[in-house]
Ligand binder design. Structure first.
Ligand SMILES: Nc1ncnc2c1ncn2[C@@H]1O[C@H](COP(=O)(O)OP(=O)(O)OP(=O)(O)O)[C@@H](O)[C@H]1O
Ligand SMILES: [Mg+2]
Length: 435
């Protein structure tokens, strides 16, 4: 096993930190080598609120994942979210010498560079430039122009930026735990990578990761991301509403939501009684499950209205968004999908991460989509780099050091070779095999 076969992803959520050590296998699949999950209250709405708490949780989560994988973790890809994350689509002309000639790798790099040449305000940093499609001599809708002939080349890219101060706060909280962040991966894009099927990405789908403090949105069509947005509302607000409505502490409200909560109180069995301990009363309070559901239904409807507003964008007018795929712990609320179906009048489903083998029992859960997606997206889209080292006192055979880990000519095909296959790849291979 080589060092560069391993990549480490860290999702610093509003309620937990999750580190995943992912490892390529010889059979083209990626599997979990180690995972560390630690509850954390150091983030608020996706941003650092208590850096010492974040650092402590990162340290613990990295130590757990490191021990399980049997490797030392030096470097990570970190997930990033929060309402400071903004995006837009840009069409640009790719500068290239005059005359008709074939499109080369250099043109593709120039296309990315030209798309990323945006005028950034003082506190903004470019996070991702994701090419969506190309136009060759005015012919639109070309996905991979490599090797085609054209005089003029234009590219449309999805460009994502974030606040430098928010990014730096997160980066510092992680590096104080003794690990370096090599790249940030924006969480809606990561979660979408882990849960959307090839058909959903092609035909059009909206991904919504309802976390503890944010709901991250990514819209896909024609195989690529076309819109991203972050709403600063998640499961925390649901519990907080219960805490206010019944004058109970937040922890009791959280337990109430998970054990008895529903977003569809009109469904059967709602007369069940629950006893609470309000902070404002000396005696317990008895309420029904229906009352709990009424509070949660209002918050769910409000969240769905906010999602609709985020989708009400001129550039989405012609994008088919008939399918909504929910993930994230907040979407596990009972009745959540019933209300979604009713309000959106579209196909809805709750998704768990896919494409990463060996997720331990209990982690094949919507809360882990972002962490799994950060690892998968990083493997597919970021350059090869070493994230791990030999664990002190570990057997010398576990990881062979590779001092020559920089990318060599031809290395890209090796990287592609071990990436997890998407459904479309498998379909194509089946078609090719049958042809
Ligand atoms: N069974 C359940 N019913 C309702 N809510 C649940 C359930 N299980 C977990 N949750 C909620 O899920 C939320 C945590 O989800 P998740 O782990 O995806 O968030 P996070 O990644 O920490 O936060 P964020 O992505 O917003 O930064 C919490 O608010 C929790 O109360
Ligand atoms: Mg999350």
């Amino acid at each position: 096993m080589l060092q560069e076969d391993f990549r480490v992803a860290i999702d610093i959520g509003t309620t937990k930190v999750c580190t995943i050590v992912a490892r390529k296998r010889a059979d083209h699949r990626v599997e979990v080598a180690g995972i560390g999950f630690v509850p954390c209250n150091g983030m608020s709405k996706g941003m650092v609120a208590d850096s010492a708490a974040v650092t402590a949780a990162v340290k613990e989560s990295v130590a757990l994942a490191s021990a399980e994988a049997g490797v030392e973790i030096n470097t990570v890809y970190a997930g990033l979210t929060g309402s400071h994350v903004e995006s837009k689509n840009r069409w640009v002309s790719v500068p290239r010498p005059d005359g008709v000639r074939t499109v080369t790798d250099l043109d593709i790099s120039a296309a990315k560079k030209a798309s990323g040449a945006v005028d950034l305000a003082d506190d903004r940093k470019l996070l991702h430039v994701i090419p969506r499609s190309y136009a060759l001599d005015g012919l639109y809708g070309i996905r991979n122009p490599l090797g085609m002939h054209t005089g003029e080349l234009h590219v449309e890219s999805h460009v994502i930026t974030g606040s430098i101060s928010k990014i730096t706060e997160l980066r510092n909280a992680v590096s104080d735990a003794g690990v370096r962040v090599s790249s940030m991966v924006v969480e809606p894009v990561a979660s979408a990578d882990a849960v959307l099927t090839a058909d959903e990405r092609e035909e059009g789908a909206v991904l919504v990761d309802v976390g503890g403090g944010t709901s991250d949105i990514a819209v896909y069509h024609d195989g690529a991301v076309v819109h991203t947005a972050v709403i600063p509302v998640g499961g925390w607000q649901f519990s907080n509403d219960l805490s206010i409505a019944f004058a109970i502490g937040f922890d009791e409200a959280e337990k109430l939501k998970i054990e008895h909560g529903t977003a569809a109180p009109e469904l059967a069995g709602m007369k069940e009684e629950i006893t609470l301990n309000p902070t404002t009363m000396d005696v317990p309070l008895t309420i029904t499950k229906r009352e709990v559901g009424q509070v949660l239904k209002e918050r769910t409807s409000e969240l769905f209205r906010m999602i609709m507003l985020k989708l009400d964008e001129p550039h989405l007018a012609d994008i088919p968004t008939e399918r909504i795929v929910f993930t994230g712990g907040g979407a596990k609320l009972d009745g959540f999908l019933n209300i979604a179906k009713l309000l959106f009048q579209r196909k809805v489903r709750l998704a768990t991460p896919r494409g990463l083998d060996g997720m331990p029992k209990g982690t094949n859960d919507p809360s882990y989509s972002a962490a799994a997606g950060i690892a998968l997206w990083g493997m597919r889209n970021l350059p090869v780099e070493n994230h791990i080292g030999q664990l002190k006192n570990a057997p010398a055979t576990s990881v062979s050091g590779n001092s020559d880990a920089t990318m060599k000519p031809g290395a890209l095909s090796v990287i592609r070779g071990w990436l997890p296959k998407r459904d479309s790849d498998a379909k194509r291979e089946k078609e090719t095999a049958g042809a």
